[in-house]
Design a binder for this molecule. Sequence first.
Ligand code: HEM
Length: 498
Amino acid sequence: MNISTMFSSTILSWCDSKIVLLFLFVLLLLISSRRKRIRINFPPGPWVIPLLQDVLTGFDHHAADKAAKKYGNIFSVWRGCVKIVYVSGFQMVHEVLVTQGDNFLDRPVSPLYNEAFKGNGISVSNGYRWRRQRHFSVSHMKSIGNGGRTMELNILKECALLCGAIQEEQGGAFDPHMKINHAVANVIGFLIFGKCFSSNSPDFQALLNLSAESVSLVHTPLAQLYDMCPWIMRRLPGPHEIILSNYSKLAYFVRKQIEIHKKDWDPFYHRDFVDSYIGEIDKRRKDTEAGFRVENLAYCTLDMFEAGTETVTSTLRWALLNMIKYPVIQEEVHSEIERVVGRSRPPCLADRVYMPYTNAVLHETQRLGNILPMNTPRVARRDTTLGGYLIPQGTMVITSLSSVLHDKSEWETPLQFNPYHFLDSQGSFRKREAFFAFSAGKRMCLGEHLAQMELFLFFTSLLQRFSFSSPPGPELSLEAQGTAVMAPRPFKVHASPR
Ligand code: HEM
């Protein structure tokens, strides 16, 4: 390199760094000036250094719980130029999700999700389109899905395959994660595509991996930076590139399945969600606002896969971990299974009412597992008064499910695994108002019934066949990990046939 090239490249890099510094300075000024325009009576909150603290270091549910102790059940935090209100405790969260639920029904617009989902799907859409898409999905799940015996039989088939795969381990130590994940994903696969995929199907494995990778990347600080300044991030490398590419590959996989369905589609016999949706596209041709299009079908399908796979898998992993940690409780579950189901037949849903203890163990697993601590964000549709504060229209609102599931005024021993939270003095199952694992109100989880069916059938089938214990070595951790779904850290188990 000659002197003049060296000189010009030094000048260029000096200019580059000046431009970056100037850009950061202008961005900080913009953020600060927006932050100053706080309305009167807006909830108080910690002041965080723009960019550094609010995005790059993140503000997770632990930080939120700590801030709630200082500022109260309603406090605010800025993320870049976006004001966010955090709401904690059963009473206040109930107020947002149920009592004033209509004012907080919408999801905020996320540029990253918008680009990935193109305004389609259920979980990120709003208004009339969301209502129609959600209503259709719920009715489908009631008719073919969780309302019918077909779905139960299909889950039981997956339970038998899962037990078989565990049996093959012959009592050796193994990590149950992928086996459970495959079985659970197949339940959704059946609901949507009417078929199960083999564990060695490369397409299906790729679908699961791409989806898991996108979900975990969406919550990383850099991906969140995309939502703050999409116009810049679009031009820079980062996790958003992987997320967007994964979603287009996923949508391609689903579109291929839709094409296969179209070939032998029968208007009088709908095999699955895709078939019913194709029928709905035809029926609602004139109602363009409702959004029944092939493109939307692909994204609704992805929504169900994402929302219904990691959640149920992580809950079942928490359930196994709890059984290992609390062998006395495991014994109690074993004896209830022995009494009600026996060993000569598989369990079925009708057994659930006679198994209050097992049902309570599963609810307690969900309560303490707390897999979606900060729920999915909402946005104020209109100016609303909440706890004496004014929440202006357009404010993002995060409801802490974690604070409800661990609320001291609702639970006798909030931080201990205690199935008696869900049992009355007679030993019958007791519903609890503050059980918000699936959220609450009109926008609560639409897969709740399916998830409860899966949890009961998988868990009871596994414990009917095996006793679970920990392999020798360091004690298993009950600490959670994850960004979107709080799952157990990887762990190995011994499954001894009973
Ligand atoms: C243990 C399992 C599950 C848990 C804990 C769970 C929890 C949740 C929560 C907390 C929400 C956000 C609700 C809100 O904004 O207030 C949600 C939404 C959603 N869930 Fe689940 N879920 C589970 C399983 C499932 C399953 C099996 C499916 C699919 C069939 C599913 C489909 C959905 C969908 C589509 C949404 C978006 C609803 C909307 O925006 O209208 N979930 N879930």
